[in-house]
Every structure is written in structure tokens, then in C-alpha cells.
Design a protein around this ligand. Structure first.
Ligand code: FCX
Length: 436
């Protein structure tokens, strides 16, 4: 059996001529144009990134390597006793585009175990930080602290061929993936559970081990597997993916790049929205003395939020124009899980789903009035006892690492250039508009 790395090399060698040909023979072909609104408006919709790891259709939602979320869950080998697949197998899929066999999944499981030992100094760094530091700051700092271990940085300094950049990048990315779950769980137990970290169990898969290190019983292992896969990738233009790609384009290694991407994920318009959703929902329930509100009461609360100039967290999207299938997958998990289905917080989240799209449509600003992934994630975590919503974006970050690290491995394999878009001045825009 070819190893994952051998398979990846074969795929890279097959793919390279396609990229080279496109640049050499068709480099002048236009795939879009840029308007003034796009230049000022966050490059929304500007087609200037290439990735084959995932594609986001505005109406259909995400496809990982061509597969929808239900197809992905269906196709990948499952952890024994679980309905959900190995995260390790999903990593294989993202990197190669192939659904792995059981044996191929086991190779990744073993490889990650061999790399999983988090160096002691990372814990020292975390312990030095004031305990009220945001867990995303801790997570990002822990990743950055490990930069001294980068194989890519070492090989680059030694003078490696461009054609081989992907190899040490793959090494760093695999090591990061193997260590992130323990770092995340350590932060959680140190910060919120009276400083009681739980040692990893080498017999468990990534999702199972994460649940174990969090100290939460089944089916939280399934929640972890589902959560990490759902949050992994959303093509290249979102802030965390784009930041990771941008920083890596300077040939900064995976540690620098991922740490930067995680910092972007920490913004309230991006990953932090899941924390905001829960804060908003809980505050609202608190005001009602813990009761699920009436639809009229909810509608008023939504309008109050909008009229005070705030966004409804968990709703809207820069690309999507329908309900996010990542929202749907988590909603289905709630509906089929005894206890969760009738959980008041889930009922409220479901009621927001019934009421908010109409309110947002009447409000008339958001291009997409439908829920995104963040509208559902918090309620599941809360139900299983992870009530410290500051931590939710760290969970998102462990998942997001799968996608962005697979992407930067391929970036180096295909020799994507350092990013350097061109800026213009306001005077130039006014000239282009014919008003100056
Ligand atoms: N509530 C209120 N207003 C909203 C809104 C919402 N949920 N979503 C968009 N709008 C507003 C925008 O603020 C903007 O107003 P402006 O013209 O006064 O600046 C207008 O509608 C047009 O924005 P639109 O083009 O629809 O959306 P953008 O691409 O600019 O922004 C995000 C997309 C996701 C940032 C936006 O919808 C938002 O702020 N949503 C709430 C926060 C959130 O859920 N973020 C998580 C998104 C995602 F899943 C993730 O990355 O994690």
C-alpha cells in the first residue's frame, strides 16, 4: 500500500502540468473583472484564488473535494461504534481527493499518534499567560511557540529545491494536526476546569481522544468528529483560510501561517460569531427568566438588535445564499439526539430559524437572510457541558486547521506565488468613475 505521502506526491506530479499549462498557455484568459464596489467592499466575489480542496456554491453550500456534507459523512470510513467518520480519514480526503480505505485511515491514525507529543514548553507558555487571556490568544500563541520546530524553515535555510517545498510543509502540517487537539483541550481544562488537564489516550482516534481530554463522555466524541469536519474548509476566500494562505505565500512556515489564520478566525464577523450567537441567545433567555419566548417576543428582540445597529449573529454570509448545510447537519444531529431535541436552547435556536430570515428580509440589508454554521454550533456544545462560550472558536480553529493546512501544502506543491494584489487611491477611483 502506498503511504499517504507517496499518494500525495503522485497526485502533485499529476496536477503540476495542469497549473503550469494554464499559466503558460492561457495566462491572459479573463475570469472576471473588478468593480469599485468590490475594491472598497472587501474584494467580495473577486475571483483571484485557486483551490481544489473545497468549493462553495452560493446555493448548494460547501463541497469537500467534490462531495457534499452528507456524501462526505457517508463515504468516509467510520470509527467503530460510531456513526461518524475518522477525522484522520477526512484529512486524507482533503489532501488527496481520494476516499481512503480502512488501512489508509489507520496509517494516518498511527502517524498522528507518533507526532502527537506536545512539547513541554508549549504548556509553559500557556501557563505563563494570565488566566483571563482569551482562549483564542492562548491557542494562537501555542501554535506560534512551536515554530522553532518547523521542518520547512529548517529545510529552507539549508537550501531545498522549490519542487520539494511541499514535503516539509506536509511534515509541519501533519505535526500541527496531531498536536492541536491536545493543546485545545489543555487550554480548556487549565482555564475553565480548575487546572485539571487530562493526558491523551493513545488508543483513541482524534475525535475520541479530544472528547477524552475534554473530560466529556459519549457521544461528545461524535460531536467532536462532526464539528471538526464541518468547520474544516469553506474554500479560500474567508478570513482564516485566506490569511493562512497569504502568510504562507511569503514562504512563512505552517506555524506562522496557521497562527495568523487563527487570529483572523477570532474576529466576531468570522469564527467568533458562534460565541456571539450563544451570548445573544442566552441573554435573551435570561431576560425571559429561562423561558422559551413567543414568536412575537422573539421578533421584537431581533428588531431591537437590528435597530441598535448590531448584526444578528449566525445569520448572513458573504457567499452563501441559502441555509448553510453545516447548519443543517448540526440541526439534524440535534433532532436525532434524545434530550437535545427538546432542549430549551435548541428550541429557541430553532425558533430563531423560523423568525429571523423574515425579519432580515424586511430589514432589507443582508444579502443572505439564512443561518450560517455558527447559528447552531454553540447549542450543542452547551448541551454537553461546554458552557464557556469563549472557547467555541478554539473548537472551530482545530477544525479549520484541517482545511487551511491541506491548502498550504498544495500551495507549496503547485508553487503558488507570493500574494501581492495592487492598490489604488481614492483619486484614481474617482478618475475611473469619471467624477474627477
Ligand atoms: N444581521 C444584520 N445585518 C446584516 C447581517 C446580519 N446577520 N448580515 C449582513 N448584514 C448587513 C451588513 O452588515 C451590511 O450592512 P451595511 O451595508 O450597513 O454595511 C449589509 O447587510 C450587506 O451585507 P452582506 O453583503 O449581506 O454581507 P457581507 O458579505 O458584507 O458580510 C457577514 C457577511 C457574515 C460578515 C455578515 O452577514 C454578518 O455580519 N453576519 C453576522 C455575523 C456572522 O454570523 N458571522 C459568521 C459568518 C460565517 F459563517 C463565518 O465566517 O464563520
Amino acid at each position: 500500500m502506498a503511504t499517504l505521502k507517496e499518494t500525495l506526491l503522485k497526485k502533485i506530479q499529476e496536477h503540476r502540468p495542469r497549473t503550469t499549462r494554464l499559466v503558460k498557455e492561457f495566462g491572459d484568459v479573463k475570469i472576471g473583472e473588478v468593480t469599485i464596489a468590490q475594491a472598497i467592499g472587501g474584494a467580495r466575489g473577486v475571483k483571484c484564488l485557486v483551490t481544489d480542496i473545497s468549493y462553495l456554491d452560493p446555493m448548494e453550500g460547501i463541497r469537500f473535494r467534490g462531495m457534499t456534507i452528507p456524501e462526505t459523512f457517508e463515504a468516509l470510513p467510520k470509527v467503530p461504534g460510531s456513526e461518524y467518520p475518522y477525522v484522520e480519514g477526512f484529512w486524507y480526503l482533503l489532501l488527496t481527493g481520494d476516499v481512503p480505505t480502512d488501512a489508509q485511515v489507520q496509517e494516518v491514525v498511527e502517524d498522528w499518534k507518533a507526532r502527537a507529543q506536545v512539547p513541554e514548553y508549549v504548556f509553559d507558555v500557556l501557563r505563563t499567560m494570565p488566566r483571563d487571556t482569551h482562549p483564542m490568544t492562548m491557542f494562537s500563541a501555542a501554535i506560534l511557540a512551536m515554530q522553532r520546530e518547523s521542518v520547512f524553515a529548517k529545510k529552507y535555510a539549508e537550501g531545498i529545491s522549490k519542487m520539494d517545498y511541499w514535503d516539509p510543509m506536509y511534515e509541519d502540517c501533519s505535526t500541527l494536526m496531531a498536536r492541536l487537539p491536545q493543546i485545545a483541550a489543555y487550554i480548556y481544562r487549565m482555564k475553565y476546569k480548575g487546572d485539571t488537564p487530562i493526558a491523551p489516550d493513545p488508543d483513541l482516534d482524534m475525535g475520541g481522544n479530544f472528547a477524552h481530554m475534554m473530560g466529556i463522555d459519549k457521544p461528545y466524541d461524535d460531536v467532536a468528529r462532526m464539528y471538526f469536519i464541518l468547520h474544516s474548509d469553506h474554500e479560500s476566500g474567508n478570513v482564516s483560510a485566506h490569511t493562512t494562505h497569504l502568510v504562507a505565500s511569503a514562504l512563512s512556515d505552517a506555524y506562522y501561517s496557521l497562527s495568523a489564520g487563527i487570529n483572523g478566525l477570532a474576529g466576531p464577523l468570522h469564527g467568533l460569531a458562534n460565541q456571539e450567537v450563544l451570548r445573544w441567545t442566552q441573554d435573551f433567555m435570561k431576560k425571559l427568566g429561562g423561558e422559551v419566548p413567543t414568536k412575537e417576543g422573539l421578533e421584537k428582540a431581533l428588531w431591537d438588535t437590528l435597530n441598535s445597529g448590531q448584526v444578528i449573529p449566525g445569520y448572513g454570509h458573504a457567499v452563501l445564499r441559502k441555509t448553510d448545510p453545516r447548519y443543517t447537519a448540526q440541526r439534524e444531529f440535534c433532532l436525532k439526539t434524545p434530550g437535545l431535541k427538546d432542549y430549551p436552547l435548541f428550541q429557541l435556536v430553532s425558533m430563531i430559524f423560523e423568525v429571523a430570515p423574515d425579519v432580515l428580509q424586511q430589514h432589507g440589508k443582508a444579502k443572505n437572510p439564512w443561518p450560517n454554521v455558527d447559528a447552531q454550533s454553540g447549542v450543542i456544545q452547551w448541551y454537553y457541558g461546554v458552557t464557556e462560550y469563549d472557547f467555541y472558536t478554539v473548537l472551530f480553529g482545530v477544525g479549520r486547521a484541517l482545511g487551511v493546512l491541506a491548502n498550504i501544502t498544495w500551495d507549496r506543491a503547485l508553487g503558488y506565488a507570493i500574494e501581492r494584489p495592487k492598490s489604488v487611491t481614492t483619486d484614481m477611483l474617482e478618475e475611473a468613475a469619471g467624477i474627477k
